[in-house]
Structures are given as structure tokens and as C-alpha cells.
Design a protein. Structure first.
Length: 421
């Protein structure tokens, strides 16, 4: 019996010790849970300094990662715009940053050339846009921290109601003489020649300065200062699509033309001596007797370019202001030198003794020939067979004035200083 109280006391003590141990374990477990919640939660940081404390990032003391770029890209016209003008509207700007990339291209991927300003604040095209064309714009700007902001838009240009094209010479792929200019006649009078000329680029290989000159408001010719060098390759880019040549009238032509300069041939007619000397690549290869304009119908002086060739053609004086003085239906080996009707051609109706001794024509340069243009041994046939479009025929010592530069392809009769004004 004495052992029971002792035994009971021992058991009670152990039970009390066990309960206290259980409390301590529960406290430790709760503390561990609190530590986990504190470490994983957003309430306090390790260096928070107490309830509501904030670390360096929250206080702004460090760089924020993944923050949005401050750069703002603006594109005009707005996304989805329609009937947009082909010039003067497209522009890309950046605020609170600088543009790094701007691309503009049509639906075929053809890029629009442009330039980012030196300060990176804007981009503008360096050429006009094509009409009735959809364009996509992609622009990227960076802010001061190097973070990028991008924008993409799409717009469509206007569909013009009135259009024009340029009718050009020489023909694409042709081989022409050293005097051949690039001559473009427009189907509508141009009131903004600067915009039209800017849209046409003429280059040569080997390179040489080439300048354009307007004759009136519907013709633009290009040439170098001197005749082309033999063998030169010339390329003409007509980028007229979308150019507003006059109010409400837009070009609709985009084309590239190439041609080659052949051998150098320059023939000189001496109206007084009644001869023509043919120079080929610096050497006189033949002298032919001729008949030039009669005293009352003299031949123009000056440098003239062959612009057309006809083995046989009709010449009617009524078409050039001579009334009914002549109408010859089968003039052989005719080559045009002026718009006003000057030709170098075969003559079968004058006696053989006329050539080299008398000037009897109505202003043309006549060479002895046979009717029907079938006799290749005749001087006119020989010259015709060895001449090409663009060859130069110079007339001198005639009792007439110098031909006007716009009369035919004869801009060589204008001084270079005047041409480039």
C-alpha cells in the first residue's frame, strides 16, 4: 500500500512533465510555421526592421526589373487609315526615347526609303508613296534605360481619279548613238516639276553627271555635259506612281529602262561645201556629196540627233507649212533630225550632178539614191545602213539660224550652264 502513493506520485509527475514537454513542442512547431510564413509571405522582409518595414527595392533604392519602357512611338497616319495622300502624311515620332528601327513596306515587301533624324525623335520617307497601295509600318524606340517599345500599323493610300504617264525614248534594251538623250513627254502638263523630276533617276556606267532640263511643262530631257562615251550603259528609273504632278493628277508608272551607247558616229554637213563627212570613233570613214536647203528654204545649223529611221516614207510639204509645193510618196532612206521636218534622206528625183554642187532642197539634207531604196551601192543607202537612232548630224555654214534645242532631240544646242539652271 505504501508503494501505491509513491507510484501514483511518480506517474503524476511524469504526466505533468509530459504535458509541459508537449506545450514546448507545440510552441516550437508554431514558431517554425510562423518562420515559414514570414519567409514566403509579403508581410516583412528579413531586413524589414519590424512590422510594416520595407526593403531597398520597395523604397526605390534599386533598379526595377521588367518595368515597361517609357518610350512612346507615334505613327501617322493612324492604323487602318484609308485614302492616305502619297506624300506629306507619313511620319513616325518617338517621345521619351529614340527611334532605333523603322520599316515601311508594301504588300509585296518593297521597302520605302526613309531616314531617322539625328536626334532619334522622328523618321520621314525620302520618297513618295505609291497610289492605291497598302503599307505596313513597324517602329521600335528605346528609352534612357535601353528598354524597347514597338508599334505596328497598316494604312492604304488613295486611289487617284486622274493620272498621267511619261512617254519615253529611247526604247528599253536598245543600242543608240552617242547623242541620244533620255526624253520624257508627259501626257498631262506638270505644275510640280520638282516632284516629278525627283521621282526620275538616270545613271550611267561608267558614271558621269547627268542633269534634267524642262522644255515647257510636259517634256523633261536628261543628258550629260558632252556626248555619251561609246559603250556606256544607261539606266532610267521611272518612279512616277503616286507622284502628284498637278493638283489631283497622279503618276501611275513605275518602270526601269536600260539602253547602251554604241560606237561613236558624228557626221558633219558643210552646207557651203555641199559635203558630209562621216566620223566613226575619231576617224573620217567617208565623205559624201550632198544637197542642202535652197537659198529660200535653208537648212538649220546646229547639232541634230537622228530620232527616227524610215526605209521609205511619204513627205508632204503641207505637213510642215509648205502648202502644196511637194508631196513625194516614196522618199527613200529617210532619217528624222527635227520635229519640224528636217531629215537627212535619199533623193532619186534630182540629177546626179546636183549632189556636191547645188543646194536645192526645202531644208533637208539630200543624198543621191535610187527609187525604191533597193540599191545598196547608193550614198543614201550606205549612210542609212551605218546609222542608228541617236547618231549626231552637225550642220554648219548654212545661211540659217541654229536649231532650237527643243526642236527634236537637240538639247546639245544649249550651253551646259543654261541646261542645268
Amino acid at each position: 500500500m505504501n508503494g501505491q502513493p509513491i507510484s501514483g506520485a511518480s506517474v503524476g509527475a511524469a504526466g505533468r512533465r509530459g504535458r509541459r514537454g508537449g506545450v514546448r513542442l507545440q510552441a516550437l512547431a508554431a514558431g517554425a510555421l510562423l518562420l515559414v510564413l514570414t519567409a514566403c509571405g509579403g508581410g516583412e522582409t528579413a531586413n524589414g526592421g519590424g512590422t510594416g518595414g520595407q526593403g531597398p527595392a520597395a523604397q526605390g533604392g534599386g533598379k526595377q526589373e521588367n518595368a515597361a519602357s517609357q518610350a512612346v512611338v507615334t505613327i501617322l497616319p493612324k492604323d487602318g487609315a484609308d485614302s492616305v495622300a502619297t506624300s506629306g502624311v507619313l511620319k513616325v515620332t518617338a517621345a521619351q526615347g529614340k527611334l532605333t528601327t523603322v520599316t515601311v513596306a508594301d504588300s509585296k515587301g518593297t521597302a520605302v526609303e526613309g531616314k531617322i533624324a539625328g536626334d532619334g525623335a522622328s523618321w520621314s520617307p525620302t520618297a513618295h508613296l505609291a497610289a492605291a497601295t497598302q503599307y505596313k509600318v513597324h517602329a521600335i524606340a528605346k528609352d534612357a534605360e535601353g528598354r524597347e517599345s514597338a508599334k505596328d500599323t497598316t494604312f492604304t493610300t488613295l486611289v487617284p481619279k486622274n493620272t498621267f504617264i511619261g512617254q519615253y525614248t529611247p526604247e528599253d534594251g536598245s543600242t543608240v548613238g552617242v547623242g541620244m538623250p533620255v526624253s520624257i513627254n508627259f501626257t498631262r502638263g506638270i505644275t510640280d516639276p520638282e516632284a516629278v523630276e525627283k521621282a526620275i533617276k538616270v545613271t550611267a556606267e561608267p558614271s558621269v553627271p547627268i542633269e534634267g532640263h524642262w522644255f515647257g511643262n510636259d517634256r523633261l530631257d536628261f543628258r550629260p555635259e558632252d556626248y555619251w562615251a561609246a559603250g556606256t550603259k544607261v539606266t532610267v528609273h521611272l518612279n512616277l506612281d503616286g507622284v502628284e504632278g498637278r493638283p489631283g493628277v497622279y503618276g501611275k508608272q513605275k518602270k526601269t529602262i536600260t539602253f547602251t551607247i554604241g560606237r561613236r558616229q558624228v557626221s558633219t554637213v558643210d552646207a557651203s561645201a555641199k559635203t558630209m563627212k562621216i566620223e566613226r570613233d575619231g576617224k573620217i570613214i567617208k565623205t559624201i556629196p550632198i544637197t542642202a536647203g535652197a537659198p529660200s528654204t535653208t537648212t538649220y545649223n546646229g547639232q541634230m540627233v537622228i530620232s527616227e529611221k524610215y526605209k521609205v516614207t511619204r513627205m508632204n510639204g503641207a505637213t510642215v507649212g509648205f502648202g502644196g509645193e511637194y508631196d513625194i510618196k516614196d522618199v527613200p532612206h529617210a532619217m528624222r533630225l527635227s520635229t519640224s521636218g528636217t531629215f537627212v534622206h535619199g533623193n532619186y528625183w534630182a540629177s546626179a550632178g546636183t549632189f556636191g554642187s547645188a543646194n536645192v532642197s526645202h531644208g533637208c539634207v539630200g543624198l543621191q539614191d535610187a527609187r525604191g531604196a533597193g540599191n545598196s551601192s547608193m550614198p543614201a543607202a550606205w549612210f542609212y545602213d551605218r546609222s542608228i537612232i541617236g547618231d549626231v548630224v552637225v550642220v554648219k555654214n548654212s545661211k540659217d539660224k541654229q536649231i532650237q534645242p527643243e526642236n527634236g532631240l537637240n538639247g546639245w544646242n544649249m550651253d551646259w550652264s543654261e541646261w542645268i539652271k
